[in-house]
Structures are given as structure tokens and as C-alpha cells.
Unconditional design. Structure first.
Length: 473
């Protein structure tokens, strides 16, 4: 069943659309975005990114989104949302000018390998790196097998897409290395070896936040968890996954509470809105640690659910700082923490572990404090400093308000608009698709033989069941 949202643009926008229509030869380009996550009132990063980019693109193109769920009420999104049946995906891949995909699409829709539209792969979320953390408790052989499948899916995506987008310069370097090993740096794609532009490798399209500044309900978070108005509140603004380190912050909170400080840590949501995403073990570890330290529900609070898309502002606006901590992993280096965009949107100063993209930005532009990996004492010091010297938070907020402008959705979408307007089907499409077909036949049989040698039919069935759970962020 499809959810259709009609869009009636204002008069001035109609004129702009008409001009674009005429300049493009009388036909607006048709663009389809395929979401690999659940769309609704409660959304995680991939779904938010898909619908927000679609909304921005709808002012210049005819947009359709393929995705499970329904669109949040309260906005004119400007596009049609259709459930992603195989028939619907196939039809739209045949009639669209541009087809934008997320995640492991060829597993569910193998016919997309022959898609006639220009395909843009959204690579903002490095799934292969995330799996190394999220799958760490699986049996060793199973982890190897599924890890290989995830890597193969990423390779397929990099092989069959015409164009790419990612979230940062770091990520673009990561994908350039992967594309080089897959043969995407070739004579067909770069016929002039002296003119090989990085923009042709991937457009940088970061995650963003709404153009409208938040209008929160005051006191919402504190009332929900029984926190006093004078308390110092730290907000963990997203899921708790295996690559994150909430434990160090919880220990630091326990230590400063022992010193008599009125400090609270709130986890905004721990149950992923997509039921196919299983709860990560780190959630249980964080809860158990807070209980063992005697601060569960008194100074460390868990919202055992997921906050509605439009309600998250009430959590953000009622906190003093936003926090995020992680481990020293490959995922950290190439991540683009979407929760940080919410902190920027709400002018929320930050306490972050060093090592990822945004921690460097926070340090460079003085928008908060950054801390070494697993450094409990440094977390204690940072919490005490900002709790006792709250005038520093005002300075951080001023710096955030200067820095954040470039991350409005209307700004971050501009490279994607240009890509959709000017880019063409990759000249090495035929060459790469032939390689993909040949490699795919060989690798599939190789994986089946490997799995059978390790445990027979039972092992293969177990691996497939794990794959169907779609282990990811």
C-alpha cells in the first residue's frame, strides 16, 4: 500500500519550476530514491537522509521514494512514497532518469545490475566497517562468512553504480581506494589521465538538519525523567551500538555524582525503529553498569524506545551538552555521526571522543571539548568543568551558530542536485557490469562451497538466517 503526499508549491516556486522545465527541453528529470530503512514518525539515519534529500530534490525534479512505512505528518514532503515491492522497484528503475540507492540493494533486487537509469550509490554509511563491531559476538566462522558477504555486497555496489556520493573527504578517500582495487579507475572512466577529478569519484553530500530552527517544548526532558531544572544534563542523542563507548561516560558520571554534583546522563533512544535491526549488546552492558554503580534511573536514564522524528527537539533543547563516545576502530575514522547534526541544529555544545570527523571540527571551531579514547578521568574533568563554568557553554553555542549553516539540508543537497542535472551514465558501465557478472557467479559458488565445508546444510541455513536479519547500524 503506497503513501502518497501531494505537494502544492507556492506561486514563486511554480515559476522557477516552469523555467527549469523549459530549459531542460520541456521534461523534468524523474528521480527515484530507494531507502533501505523504515520510514515513519520514528526514523534512524538512513531513512531520515533519504526523505530529507528527496524533499530538497523535489523542487527541481519529479521525485519518488521507494521505502517501507509512511511519511511523518506535518510537512508537505513533495514526493510520492511507494512500498518497495520487486515489481515497483523494477518498473521505476526502467522509467526513472536517476536511481539513488542505499545499502545492499542487489541482494534483494538483482535485476538492478541491469538498470537503465543512471544509478547513484549513497555510500555515507560504511556498512563493512560497522559489521566488524556489530558482529563481534557471532561464532568466528559465521562472522567470517557474513563479513565476506557484506564486503561482497559493498563491492557490487561500487561496481554497478554509475556515480557515488558520501559524507566527507575521509570517506571519499576510503571509497577511492576500494574503487581502485575493483577496477573503477580505468581508461573508460578517465580517458584523459591528466584530468581525473575527485568529483567524478564521489560527490560529497553530508548528512544535514532542517532549515527551520527548532521550536521546542521547554522542560520536556527533565519532566519525563524527574530531573531538576538546575541539574547539568548530558544527552546521548541516538542509538547505542557496538562501536560506541557509553560505559566510560557512565563511570565518569558515577564518579562526579559521588563528589556531590547534580549531573545526569540521558540516552534518548535505545530501541531501533526498524524491527529488523536487533538490539546491540552494548545496550545491555550500559544498563547493567548503571545498575551496578547505583545510578540507574537516578542519574543515568534510558528511554527504552525511539523518539519520534518531530519530538527529538524536545530532548535536545532541554539538555546542557550533547555527548558521544566511541572506540579506536576503523569505523570511527570513517564515520559521519548523524546525531552530531542534531546537536548542531539545537546549538548544543558537545563532549566527544577524539578520532572521528566531527571531534576534529568541534576542537578546531571551539564548539565543546574532545577527550581521548576510554579516558574516564578526562571525562570527569570535562563534566566538572562545564557543570561549574556554564558561561563557557554560551561561547560554544555562539561558535556552533556560526559553523552550522553549511549543514542545512538545503545546502548539503547542492552537490547532489548538480550531479543529477549534469552527470551521465558512467562510460565504464558495460565494462564493469560484465566484470560484476563474471565475478558474482564465481564468488557465489565459492561462498556456498566454503560454508558447506564448515558445517554442511545447517551451517548454510544459519548463515542465511543471520543475513536476513540485515545486521547493520
Amino acid at each position: 500500500m503506497s503513501e502518497v503526499v501531494r505537494f502544492d508549491p507556492p506561486f514563486s516556486l511554480r515559476w522557477l519550476l516552469a523555467i527549469f522545465y523549459l530549459r531542460s527541453g520541456g521534461i523534468l528529470k524523474s528521480i527515484t530514491l530507494l531507502s533501505n530503512d523504515t520510514i515513519g514518525e520514528r526514523m534512524a539515519g538512513p531513512a531520515i537522509r533519504c526523505v530529507e534529500l528527496a524533499k530538497q530534490l523535489s523542487s527541481s525534479f519529479r521525485i519518488t521514494v521507494l521505502g517501507e512505512g509512511t511519511l511523518p505528518e506535518g510537512e508537505a514532503w513533495g514526493f510520492e512514497l511507494i512500498a518497495p515491492s520487486k515489481a515497483a522497484v523494477k518498473k521505476l528503475s526502467e522509467v526513472s532518469d536517476v536511481f539513488i540507492v542505499q545499502g545492499d540493494v542487489l541482494t534483494d533486487y538483482p535485476f538492478l545490475a541491469n538498470c537503465q537509469a543512471m544509478v547513484i550509490a549513497d555510500m555515507y554509511c560504511p556498512i563493512s566497517l560497522e559489521f566488524q563491531q556489530s558482529g563481534h559476538n557471532l561464532p568466528f566462522e559465521q562472522r567470517l562468512l557474513i563479513g565476506s558477504m557484506v564486503a561482497d555486497a559493498t563491492s557490487q555496489q561500487l561496481s554497478f553504480a554509475d556515480r557515488f556520493m558520501c559524507a566527507s573527504e575521509r570517506q571519499r578517500d576510503l571509497w577511492l581506494g576500494a574503487m581502485m582495487t575493483l577496477g573503477r579507475v580505468n581508461a573508460a572512466r578517465f580517458p584523459d589521465s591528466k584530468a581525473t577529478s575527485m568529483d567524478d569519484v564521489a560527490a560529497i553530500v553530508p548528512f544535514g538538519f532542517p532549515d527551520v530552527w527548532p521550536n521546542p517544548a521547554k522542560g520536556f526532558l527533565r519532566k519525563k525523567f524527574g530531573i531538576s531544572s538546575d541539574a547539568f544534563v548530558m544527552l546521548w542523542g541516538g542509538g547505542v551500538y557496538e562501536w560506541f563507548d557509553p560505559l566510560t561516560i557512565i563511570k565518569a558520571v558515577a564518579a562526579v555524582v559521588e563528589q556531590g554534583m547534580n549531573v545526569h546522563l540521558v540516552f534518548m533512544g535505545v530501541k531501533h525503529p526498524n524491527d529488523n535491526i536487533t538490539e546491540h549488546d552494548m545496550v545491555g552492558e550500559a544498563v547493567r553498569l548503571a545498575q551496578e554503580l547505583g545510578i540507574f534511573d537516578s542519574h543515568v536514564h534510558f528511554n527504552f524506545g525511539w523518539v519520534d522524528y518531530y519530538e527529538r527537539v524536545n530532548f535536545l533543547a532541554d539538555a546542557d551538552v550533547g555527548v558521544s563516545a566511541h572506540f579506536d576502530t576503523l569505523e570511527t575514522r570513517y564515520s559521519f555521526r548523524t546525531r552530531i547534526l542534531d546537536y548542531l541544529w539545537a546549538s548544543l555544545p558537545m563532549l566527544l571522543t577524539r578520532g572521528d570527523f566531527f571531534s576534529e571540527e568541534v576542537a578546531q571551531h571551539s564548539m565543546g571539548r574532545t577527550i581521548n579514547y576510554k579516558d574516564e578521568k578526562a571525562w570527569q574533568n570535562a563534566i566538572v568543568e562545564l557543570c561549574c563554568e556554564r558561561e563557557k557553554l554560551v561561547d560554544f553555542q555562539k561558535n556552533i551558530q556560526i559553523y552550522r549553516e553549511k549543514y542545512k539540508w538545503s545546502e548539503v543537497v547542492k552537490p547532489l542536485v548538480k550531479l543529477c542535472e549534469t552527470a551521465t551514465i558512467s562510460p565504464d558501465r558495460g565494462y564493469m557490469r560484465q566484470r560484476l557478472i563474471t565475478r558474482g557467479k564465481r564468488s557465489l559458488w565459492g561462498r556456498v562451497k566454503y560454508a558447506y565445508s564448515k558445517g554442511g546444510i545447517r551451517y548454510i541455513a544459519g548463515a542465511l538466517l543471520q543475513r536476513l536479519k540485515r545486521v547493520r547500524m
